[in-house]
Design a protein around this ligand. Structure first.
Ligand code: SAM
Ligand code: SF4
Length: 328
């Protein structure tokens, strides 16, 4: 069967799958303190529906899934779902992005379910600042979660740090220091102007170049490592065990030409580009009894609508969208 290609010849092989819009944190750049208007339970894709859709995509060459949210680990029976996903024919890489709060309990089971790659979000190494940014006194639990992930044999363990001026710019060197002795990848991510990040982004964005320069002032020139398939450029401090990644959606637009991903929201809408406000409803037709062949054509049509680059979207930028609903 032919692989999925978009209109610009990019082969689509990677799905970021949001399994819930719910979250136990309220990160200031992601979700308002009061929460959001939750998607009603009946409008959230059921596991069987997600699995059906992924099976169809796998038959057209999708081989990599990242499960995200909201917070994926708040969804009931998530470990069972991850295991089923992992064993779909053709899917050879299932990874997870989590806030780490439940990992102390779940890391081993998730690893036993066949998941090897995990990204854990942590924007500060200071307990009080953690409470400020997430709204939850959970720093200790997240650190335990990270240690549990390392003990459980996840490889790689990546730590996502959203860079914010005046909040964590005094900590980048400390984050980098963690890589000296821990086999982790600390990834600095530029704050994106989405949802509450829109307001913060006006003054708080710190570019990858600034972060790199701060780290180089402390540790000298970083060694460049071969890039992976994703958007990160990867480096290491000379002699360090771990790595440093930089994701620069705001200051570097060159990734779009290599983008091989689509997103599926928790309510079953395909988003061909994170920054596009247009989505394609897959769930309604599925519930109305669409056949597998029709669903496959629908997905293919959505993929053909992937924009060449988010820069091409002009004003159609999704300031009013919420990362937790689209799966960051
Ligand atoms: N709850 C999980 C977590 O926090 O890892 C998964 C979902 S969260 C939406 C995925 C990633 O998106 C996190 O690393 C988070 O820091 C990042 N994120 C959310 N809003 C963002 C924004 N406005 N700019 C940059 N990154 C953002
Ligand atoms: Fe929740 Fe993740 Fe958004 Fe924070 S970034 S509010 S943990 S979904």
């Amino acid at each position: 069967m032919e692989n999925f290609y978009d209109s610009y010849g990019r082969r689509i092989r990677y799905i970021r799958l949001s399994v819930t819009d719910r979250c136990n944190f309220r990160c200031r750049y992601c979700m308002p303190m009061t929460g959001i208007k939750w998607i009603p339970h009946e409008a959230i894709m059921r596991y069987e529906e997600l699995l059906r859709m992924i099976r169809i995509c796998a038959s057209r060459g999708v081989d990599k899934i990242r499960v995200t949210g909201g917070e994926p680990l708040v969804r009931k029976d998530i470990v069972m779902f991850l295991e089923k996903l992992r064993y779909i024919d053709g899917i050879n890489d299932v990874s997870l992005t989590t806030n780490g709060f439940f990992l102390d309990h779940l890391a081993r089971d998730i690893r036993s379910a066949g998941i090897t790659r995990i990204n854990i979000s942590l924007d500060t190494l200071d307990r009080e600042k953690f409470v400020y940014i997430t709204g939850v006194d959970g720093f200790g639990r997240v650190v335990k979660g990270i240690m549990r992930a390392l003990e459980s044999g996840f490889d790689p363990v990546k730590i996502n740090v959203v860079t914010m001026r005046g909040f964590n710019d005094d900590e980048f060197v400390d984050f980098a220091e963690l890589t000296l002795n821990l086999d982790i990848e600390v990834r600095f991510i530029e704050l994106m102007p989405i949802g509450p990040g829109l307001e913060m982004g006006k003054q708080d964005i710190i570019t990858k170049a600034e972060v790199r320069s701060l780290i180089e002032q402390a540790y000298g020139p970083l060694e460049s490592l071969p890039p992976g398939v994703g958007p990160a450029s990867v480096f290491k401090i000379r002699g360090a065990k771990g790595r440093l990644g930089f994701i620069a959606p705001m200051s570097d637009h060159t990734f779009c030409s290599r983008c091989n991903r689509i997103r599926i929201t928790a309510d079953g809408h395909m988003k061909p580009c994170l920054f596009a406000d247009k989505t394609l409803d897959l769930l309604t037709p599925m519930r109305e009894g669409i056949s597998d062949e029709e669903l496959e054509s629908l997905i293919e049509r959505g993929i053909k609508n992937k924009p060449e680059s988010y820069m091409a979207l002009g004003d159609a930028k999704p300031g009013d969208l919420i990362m937790s609903s689209i799966g960051g």
